[in-house]
Ligand binder design. Structure first.
Ligand SMILES: [Zn+2]
Length: 622
C-alpha cells in the first residue's frame, strides 16, 4: 500500500485491527498513562519501536526517555523474553504465541503541542510520543481503546465502536492527537464537513467567540483553495496563561495560547493568526509537501531543504488570510508586514550569513536548538520564507499584469497533490507548477532568493504597487518651553538585556553593532553606565532612551565575576514603515487591488465585526 494520510470516518466504522492499544489513566494525578498493546502475529519475533521525533517539530526528542515498566507477555500473562536493540527498539520473542501483549507506563508531563500531558483533570497525548509501532506493520489498521471517566474525547481518530478509535495506518495515528476531559466542545458543519472545536483551559476568553472566528478561518480557507480536503476537522485548543504554540495535522490542529488575551487587541490578532496558520497547513505541508516529509523515518532526522515552502508560504498566508478575514484592517496589515515581517528580518544579521535552504536543512540543530547567538548566524525559514512568498506573490501579480497571483499557483500545487498524493514535491517541480499556473517564469528570480544571502529587493517590488518602504523620520521632541530638540527615535548599542535577581545581564548581542565592537558578551553583568549603577530594566531603559547619537557611554561590566570597563557609542536604530502613496497610477491601482482587494467576499461591516465583538465581550467580562 502506498503512503497516505487521508482518512474518512466511514472507513473505520466497525473495522478490525490486529494491532490494538488499550490506554487507561488510573494514575493520572502522577501524569502516567497505562498502555497495553495487543498484537496478533504468526512471526517468531516482533520489534516494537517508539518514534524519536514528531512530524512538524524538527528535533530529535527521544520520547522513549519517559517510558517505563516495559514488559512483554502472552495473552495469559506469562512473560516473554525481550531485548533492547537500541534506545527505542525492543525485540520480543513470540514463542509461537498468536497474540503478544506489551505493557508499559508513559510519563506524560509536558504541556506542549508536540508532547503529551496528563493530570487529574484531563489527558492530552500525541500518539507519536507514546504508542509504539511494530516494525514492518505500520501500514495496517490500528485501534485505540480509551478507558476513562471524563465526558469528552476530541480527536481526528475515527470512531470504530463504543470507546474504540482507529487509524488506517500508523502515520495517521501519529498525526491524530487526542484530548480527553470535561472540556468545552462545539460542532458545526461547513461544506458537508463536520468541525469540532475543543477548548480546554480558563481565562478571560469567550469560547463561543472563538467558535465563530474558527468559522471565518474555515470559510476563508475554502475561499482560497476551493476544495475541502477532509470530512471532519478538530481544533484542539489549550488556553492557559503564558502558553504559545501550534502544530498542524491532516484533520486537526493543536494550538496553545495565553488564556488572558481578550483585553489586548494585538494578542487577539496573534491568536487568530495562529489558528489561521495551523489551518492553512491542512493544505500546505500536510498535503502539498516537500518530498522528504512523508513517508517518515521516525528514528532519525528527516532532512529537507524545503521548509521555506512548508513554513514560509504558511507564514505569509497566515497574515494575508487574517487580513482577508477582517482580523486586520488594511492599515494594520501593512503595519504587520512592515514590523513583524520586514523590519524583523532586518534585525537578524544571520540573514546575510546563511541561505534559507541551509537554514531549513539544519533546522534540527539550528532553529530547533536556538542559542542567544542564533540570530547572528542564520535566518528563520518562517521569517525570511514568509517575506520571499510576499515578494513572489507581488512579482507574479506585477509580471502577469494583475491577471494571476500566488493563489493560482498554490491551487495548482494542491491539484498536483491530488493527482499524486503518495509523493511530495521537489524544488524544481514547485518552480515548474507555479510558473505554469501563473504564466510567470519564476525560476531565475525565486531560486536566487532561496540560495542567496543578499538583501531581498523589497523596495523595488513594492513600487509597482504604490507602496513605499521607507525609513522613519526623526521624531521632534518638544520641551516645555516650546524649544524643539531633534532626537533620534531609537538609538541603540546592539544589546538585549534581562533582569535577574536585582542585576542586569546581557541576553543577546547583535553582530556589527557598537556592543559587539566593545567586546560585551552574552551573560556578562552590566553593573554601571557612566559611573551610575544600573540594577534594573527600568534604569537601563531610562539611560538608553536618553542616550545621544555618538555620545560615548562608559560601561562597567563583569564577566564571570571579573570586572572590566568598555565604551560604546550609540547609533541610530533604523525603523521602517510601509505606506501607500497617493494618488496611485492606474497600473499601481490595478496591482494593489489584485493583491489586497477583497473581491467583495466580506462586507466592511462584516470585517469590522470580527474583532469588535470580541473586544465588547472582553470588556463585559473584566
Ligand atoms: Zn507552521
Amino acid at each position: 500500500m502506498s503512503y497516505t494520510i487521508e482518512q474518512r470516518d466511514e472507513q473505520l466504522l466497525n473495522s478490525e485491527a490486529k494491532i490494538f492499544y488499550h490506554i487507561s489513566f488510573p494514575q493520572a494525578g502522577q501524569h502516567l498513562m497505562q498502555i497495553e498493546m495487543r498484537v496478533e502475529t504468526d512471526a517468531e519475533k516482533l520489534i516494537f519501536a517508539l518514534p524519536n521525533w514528531l512530524p512538524g517539530s524538527y528535533k530529535i526528542r527521544d520520547f522513549v526517555a519517559v517510558q517505563g515498566n516495559v514488559v512483554a507477555v502472552t495473552s495469559n500473562g506469562e512473560e516473554l523474553p525481550s531485548t533492547w536493540l537500541s534506545k527505542n527498539r525492543l525485540e520480543v520473542e513470540t514463542k509461537g504465541e498468536r497474540e503478544v501483549q506489551l505493557r508499559y507506563l508513559y510519563y506524560a508531563n509536558e504541556r506542549t503541542v508536540r508532547q503529551s500531558h496528563v493530570n487529574r483533570f484531563h489527558a492530552f497525548f500525541n500518539p507519536g510520543n507514546c504508542l509504539m509501532f511494530v516494525e514492518g506493520r505500520t501500514n495496517e489498521v490500528h485501534h485505540v481503546e480509551l478507558e476513562h471517566n471524563w465526558t469528552h474525547v476530541s480527536t481526528a481518530l475515527s470512531p470504530v465502536s463504543e470507546g474504540v478509535w482507529g487509524a488506517l495506518n500508523y502515520d495517521i495515528l501519529v498525526d491524530s492527537p487526542v484530548e480527553i476531559g470535561d472540556h468545552f466542545v462545539a460542532f458545526y458543519e461547513r461544506k458537508g464537513a463536520t468541525h469540532e472545536i475543543a477548548i480546554t483551559g480558563a481565562g478571560d476568553f469567550d469560547p463561543e467567540w472563538i467558535v465563530e472566528r474558527t468559522k471565518t478561518v474555515v470559510d476563508e480557507g475554502m475561499a482560497m483553495w476551493g476544495v475541502m480536503p477532509y470530512d471532519r476537522y478538530v481544533y484542539i485548543l489549550h488556553m492557559l496563561p503564558g502558553q504559545y504554540g501550534g502544530l498542524e495535522h491532516a484533520r486537526s490542529q493543536v494550538s496553545m495560547f495565553d488564556s488572558n488575551f481578550f483585553a489586548d487587541k494585538k494578542k487577539m490578532q496573534k491568536f487568530l493568526e495562529l489558528l489561521t496558520h495551523e489551518y492553512f497547513h491542512t493544505w500546505n505541508v500536510k498535503r502539498i509537501r516537500p518530498r522528504e516529509l512523508g513517508p517518515f523515518n521516525y528514528h532519525d532526522e528527516n532532512y529537507t531543504r524545503m521548509l521555506w515552502l512548508a513554513e514560509g508560504a504558511t507564514s505569509y498566508y497566515d497574515s494575508l488570510i487574517s487580513y482577508r478575514s477582517g482580523f486586520f484592517t488594511q492599515d494594520e496589515y501593512l503595519k504587520v508586514l512592515a514590523e513583524d515581517h520586514l523590519s524583523a528580518l532586518l534585525d537578524v544579521p544571520g540573514r546575510n550569513v546563511m541561505s534559507i535552504k541551509d537554514s531549513s536543512f539544519l533546522a534540527w540543530v539550528k532553529l530547533y536548538n536556538p542559542t542567544p547567538d542564533s540570530h547572528n548566524r542564520f535566518p528563520s525559514y518562517y521569517l525570511k520564507g514568509g517575506i520571499i512568498f510576499l515578494l513572489l506573490d507581488l512579482y507574479i501579480i506585477d509580471r502577469s499584469n494583475a491577471t494571476s497571483s500566488l493563489d493560482d499557483g498554490m491551487r495548482a500545487l494542491y491539484s498536483r497533490y491530488e493527482s499524486n498524493p503518495a509523493v511530495g514535491i521537489t524544488e524544481e517541480e514547485f518552480v515548474q507548477v507555479i510558473s505554469e499556473a501563473t504564466g510567470v517564469e519564476i525560476e531565475k528570480t525565486f531560486v536566487h532568493w532561496l540560495n542567496s544571502t543578499e538583501e531581498l529587493p523589497a523596495a523595488s517590488i513594492f513600487h509597482s504597487f504604490g507602496l513605499k518602504w521607507k525609513q522613519k523620520k526623526e521624531k521632534k521632541e518638544m520641551l516645555g518651553d516650546g524649544i524643539e530638540i531633534p532626537r533620534s527615535t531609537r538609538t541603540w548599542i546592539g544589546l538585549g538585556v534581562k533582569e535577574e535577581g536585582g542585576s542586569l545581564h546581557v541576553a543577546k548581542v547583535w553582530a556589527g553593532t557598537p556592543a559587539e565592537l566593545a567586546g560585551v558578551g552574552v551573560d556578562d553583568e552590566i553593573i554601571a553606565i557612566n559611573g551610575r549603577r544600573v540594577g534594573s530594566m527600568a534604569v537601563w531603559k531610562g539611560v538608553m532612551e536618553n542616550a545621544n547619537l555618538g555620545a560615548a557611554l562608559r560601561l562597567t561590566c563583569s564577566a564571570e565575576g571579573y570586572l572590566y570597563e568598555t565604551e560604546v557609542e550609540p547609533v541610530e536604530r533604523t525603523a521602517y514603515s510601509l505606506k501607500l502613496v497617493s494618488p496611485l497610477t492606474e497600473d499601481q491601482q490595478k496591482r494593489f487591488e489584485k493583491w489586497l482587494g477583497n473581491s467583495g467576499r466580506r462586507s466592511e461591516e462584516e470585517r469590522e465585526a470580527q474583532l469588535t465583538n470580541g473586544v465588547a465581550k472582553a470588556e463585559a467580562k473584566i
